[in-house]
Design a protein around this ligand. Structure first.
Ligand SMILES: *Cc1c(COP(=O)(O)O)cnc(C)c1O
Length: 397
């Protein structure tokens, strides 16, 4: 079976817009162009009704009690900023200590660092070799001065899933707000903000087959109610938490994407997991000396982050990415040669960090694409290993 090149296998970076999502959006770029704040006329009401329908769809995906707990934003970066700075600003009198982890997304880590310049004290919890936060370390980190815990659900580089139930439970017992970055999990694996005792959660549409530049922040309204200081001031949209004219077509698409994800998640995750396991097993069988970075058990179905020993990392990625769109599993940004902070936190050696590749499988990856990827990666790694002096000398001993 032939495959169309290049193959897209970088779904943790972004996902294509589902055609059904685009269909739902188009009328709101054409005849239904009203401003959702103009409820005094038909155009505005039509837009506003569409926003409220999308709000219900997003709320339903994460099992929020009330759709009004969903605040639309420009994406998970903004949502995470609003959650963390919003709590910090509102509850500064109660405490100035915030607990997070070393492997959070930059939108959390850089916000945390910013707050340090504003007099807050931050604790960055380590993770074990599997990439999982230590619950006991969390328990010890919480003090009477702690106002917020911010721990992500699944990591974007290595796909590891944190024990969110336990973290939520502990946060609730200690009366500390719990913010969880759901950008990688909403729409991929079940998320339940009530069962998980999550108080604030960032979601991004473009990670779940919706458009870019739109997302949401879940803000709990009851038991406990979370008040936030807004970060953007203006017309008082979104309950005063996020002013600015709403991006109606994008929000409509986001809502539809959540609905589709909810309907198809169970089957889709099974299918993707089977493909990922085929990819993993075949690469190990053919190449040996392959290291999976992070827990295999507690991992997103669509993520495989692996390192290949005895190859030159840059060359490997360059050769593979001509035909297969993957991400370097290690570089912070492709511009730097420093191993990523996530790999460092895991304790992965520098050599293996440099050969890490992140395969991100998604909705439209086919079996034929997986087969092609296995062949290509095996061929490239095999060739580079033969050319590697270290590998050659090890084999001759
Ligand atoms: C993509 C991502 C974000 C940022 O989301 P944007 O909508 O692109 O701003 C935040 N956290 C995680 C874990 C992500 O994967």
């Amino acid at each position: 079976m032939s495959v169309k090149l290049p193959i897209y296998m970088d779904h943790q970076a972004t996902t294509p817009v589902d055609p059904r999502v685009l269909e739902a959006m188009l009328p709101y770029y054409r005849e239904k162009f009203g401003n959702a704040a103009s409820r005094n006329h038909a155009f505005g009401r039509e837009a506003s009704d569409a926003i409220e329908a999308a709000r219900r769809q997003v709320a339903h995906l994460v099992n929020a009690e009330d759709p009004e707990e969903i605040v639309f934003t420009s994406g998970a970066t903004e949502s995470n900023n609003l959650a963390i700075k919003g709590v910090a600003g509102m509850f500064r009198e109660r405490g100035t200590h915030i607990v997070t982890s070393q492997i959070e997304h930059k939108s959390v880590l850089d916000t945390a660092k910013y707050l340090e310049t504003r007099g807050f004290r931050l604790a960055y919890l380590p993770v074990d070799r599997e990439g999982i936060v230590d619950i006991e370390a969390l328990r010890e980190a919480i003090s009477r001065n702690t106002i917020l815990i911010s721990i992500m659900h699944a990591n974007n580089e290595i796909g590891t899933i944190q024990p969110i139930d336990e973290i939520g439970k502990m946060a609730r017992e200690r009366s500390v707000f719990f913010h969880c970055d759901l950008a990688q999990t909403a729409g991929k694996i079940p998320v339940d903000v009530r069962a998980m005792a999550i108080d604030l959660a960032g979601i991004s549409a473009h990670k779940l087959y919706g458009p870019k530049g739109v997302g949401a922040l879940y803000v709990r309204k009851r038991n406990p109610r979370v008040r936030l200081s807004p970060q953007i001031h203006g017309g008082g949209h979104e309950g005063g938490l996020r002013s600015g004219t709403l991006n109606v077509p994008a929000i409509v698409g986001f809502g539809r994407a959540c609905e589709i994800a909810e309907e198809e998640m169970q089957e889709e995750s099974k299918r993707i997991l089977r493909l990922r396991e085929k990819l993993r097993n075949e690469l190990i069988r053919r190449l040996g000396d392959v290291h999976v970075n992070g827990s295999l058990k507690h991992r997103l179905p669509g993520n495989l982050n692996i390192s290949f020993s005895n190859v030159e990392g840059e060359t490997l990625l360059t050769e593979i990415s001509e035909e297969i769109a993957v991400s370097s599993g290690s570089a912070c940004s492709s511009a730097t040669l420093e191993p990523s902070y996530v790999m460092k936190a895991l304790g992965v050696s520098e050599a293996l960090s440099h050969t890490a590749i992140r395969f991100g499988l998604g909705r439209w990856n086919t079996e034929a694409e997986i087969d092609y990827t296995i062949e290509r990666v095996a061929a490239v790694v095999g060739k580079l290993r033969l050319a590697s002096p270290i590998y050659a000398s090890e084999r001759s001993q």
